[in-house]
Design a protein around this ligand. Structure first.
Ligand SMILES: [Fe+2]
Ligand SMILES: [Fe+2]
Length: 272
């Protein structure tokens, strides 16, 4: 379904046809509003940490140039088009105000990225992040009932998969092409997965909720958060997530196949 959406629509993320959105149809899902708004915050805030990462790879000019010239603009474009969608479909929501509140908190607490000790292990961590985003946008595309959003989600997902592929390729060649060892890779995977466990998303959701309702009702917001997790979970591509996460472990295919099921279940528990 995602592929059909992608093929049908001939536009790119540089020219999203907001005017062809059926706004009444798009507004039928409250869950979608919260998911798109929260995602737009996190993508827009990428500006904060991308430069640190680019600095970390300053000794690898080719990677630094790719990060600066492709990855960063693509992440920021994701933020821009998702914001555009929210502002078009829910014009009564003050995106800029909510984002200001989010950014203030996020820049203080949510983003102090600690880098892994080696370039190749940092690439493993980046692969976890891109797995999280690629699979999230796949779920969002399935959840969305409005075609422009479905197509946007498909395109963003394709970008995130592209990021994963680049990071994975570089993982294989950096640090002189030496494999860091399964235990170290596993630890890097685990560290990043635990870190990724939704703190940023909670922070974003809190600020979206506050501006939408004028107050923060913790109980109602927690219920909303649980409902959003459940609806993403229903469409979450656990098998894909497991395959992407297992890849840097370099396991023999037969072992990877056996592990896919248990890893998929663990992934769903940890990532959602
Ligand atoms: Fe992104
Ligand atoms: Fe990405």
């Amino acid at each position: 379904m995602m592929k059909a959406d992608l093929a049908d629509a001939r536009w790119t993320l540089d020219a999203v046809p907001y005017e062809s959105i059926n706004v009444a149809q798009a507004r039928t899902s409250d869950d979608v509003f919260y998911l798109v708004a929260a995602a737009s915050f996190i993508e827009t805030a990428a500006d904060l940490y991308t430069d640190n990462l680019i600095g970390y790879f300053s000794g690898e000019p080719e990677v630094a140039a790719w990060l600066d010239g492709h990855w960063k603009p693509e992440e920021l474009r994701h933020g821009r088009v998702l914001r555009g969608y929210v502002e078009h479909v829910w014009p009564e929501f003050d995106w800029a105000l909510a984002y200001r509140g989010f950014f203030e908190e996020y820049s203080r607490a949510c983003t102090v990225d600690e880098f892994e000790p080696t370039h190749s292990l940092e690439m493993v961590a980046r692969c976890v992040v891109e797995t999280g985003t690629a699979t999230f946008y796949q779920a969002l595309g399935e959840l969305a009932c409005e075609p422009v959003l479905r197509a946007m989600a498909a395109r963003i997902r394709a970008d995130e998969v592209g990021h994963y592929k680049y990071f994975y390729r570089f993982f294989q060649s950096c640090d002189g092409g030496r494999y860091p060892g399964r235990i170290r890779v596993l630890n890097a995977l685990r560290r990043r997965m635990v870190e990724a466990r939704g703190d940023d998303a909670e922070c974003a959701l809190r600020h979206v909720y506050r501006v939408r309702h004028g107050v923060d009702d913790v109980a109602a917001r927690s219920a909303l958060s649980a409902r959003l997790t459940a609806s993403v979970k229903r469409h979450y591509p656990v098998g894909l997530a497991a395959r992407m996460l297992l890849k840097p472990l370099n396991l023999p295919p037969s072992v990877a196949r056996v592990l896919e099921g248990p890893v998929a279940r663990a992934t769903a528990r940890i990532m959602l």
